[in-house]
Design a protein around this ligand. Structure first.
Ligand code: ADP
Ligand code: MG
Length: 273
């Protein structure tokens, strides 16, 4: 646990590319952090709602969603539901989120809707949820739209899931310049927490080469832990479970536990610095 005096660390899972493991990492890093004693909230900001489904929150149980929160019609506390994992809760999303961009496009504070909701939650202004969160993980859609901008404006740092394939470095440079732009304009404290290599297949030569290139380019920003390609990881969401509940012993679960401990170590170093 990161301590009662400090607020939660808000980490956003971002990569403008789809299918790189953002949602899978939000679900399973969240579960792994909770498993080792951290209090975790996942905020689902993707209209697809895969993090919500993957954590077992069925559509009919999404009474209040991040859509209502961004519109300012509900507090974040109102949207939060407990998952089957102790210490892990989620603010689910619904397809309504697809329209939110148009609905708030004309508002001056459109980029800061989520930030304000998170600040209210942390300040305990809404007494429905007095939980002290250690980590808030935000799952983003695969594009740089107003939803992702809201996430980046709310966050302390970005965790970048990256698949080791051709053009991975180009995508990474693009994301880094986006983060720099957000730092200059919307959120000066934003930094890159780390890059996590996902769906890694050690038998694939290109994947090894790209992994080496990414490490050369990003140095120790790249987490040592690589998430292996593992069929159990991809099966788990159809059971509405994180892989750690579905098959704790599989290589994917073990990798996410290692990643969680790396994230916590990195946090400790950042706090000590
Ligand atoms: P994103 O959120 O970036 O679009 P997802 O997390 O949804 O990406 O992952 C894309 C697909 O890859 C999903 O079908 C997911 O189940 C699968 N997947 C993600 N990580 C792994 C892994 N380590 N091993 C096998 N399949 C994975
Ligand atoms: Mg996703």
């Amino acid at each position: 646990m990161t301590g009662q005096n400090s607020g939660p660390r808000v980490l956003v899972l971002a990569n403008q590319k789809g299918g790189v493991g953002k949602t899978t990492t939000a679900i399973n890093l969240g579960t792994a952090l909770a498993a080792v004693g951290e209090e975790v909230l996942v905020i689902d900001l993707d209209p697809q709602g895969n993090a919500s489904t993957g954590l077992g929150v069925e559509r009919r149980n999404r009474k209040v969603s991040t859509y209502d929160v961004l519109l300012g019609e509900s507090s974040l506390a109102d949207a939060i539901v407990q998952t089957a994992v102790p210490r892990l809760s989620i603010a689910p999303s619904t397809l309504d989120l697809l329209g939110v961009e148009l609905e708030i496009a004309g508002d001056k504070d459109r980029a800061f809707r989520l930030k304000r909701a998170v600040a209210e939650l942390v300040a305990g202004e809404d007494h429905r949820d007095s939980t002290h969160y250690d980590y808030i993980l935000i799952d983003c859609p695969p594009s740089l739209n107003l939803l992702t901008i809201n996430a980046l404006a709310s966050a302390d740092a970005v965790v970048v899931p990256l698949q080791c394939e051709f053009f991975a470095l180009e995508g990474l440079s693009q994301l880094i310049s986006t983060v720099e732009q957000v730092t200059r304009t919307l959120n000066p404290k934003l930094s890159i927490h780390g890059v996590v290599l996902t769906m890694f297949d050690p038998r694939n030569n290109l994947a090894n080469q790209v992994a080496a290139d990414v490490r050369r380019f990003m140095g120790d920003k790249v987490y040592e832990t690589m998430i292996p390609r593992n069929v159990r990881v991809s099966e788990a969401p159809s059971h509405g479970k994180p892989v750690l509940l579905y098959d704790l012993k599989c290589s994917g679960s073990q990798a996410y536990l290692k990643l969680a401990s790396e994230v916590i170590q990195r946090e400790k170093r950042l706090r000590a610095a």
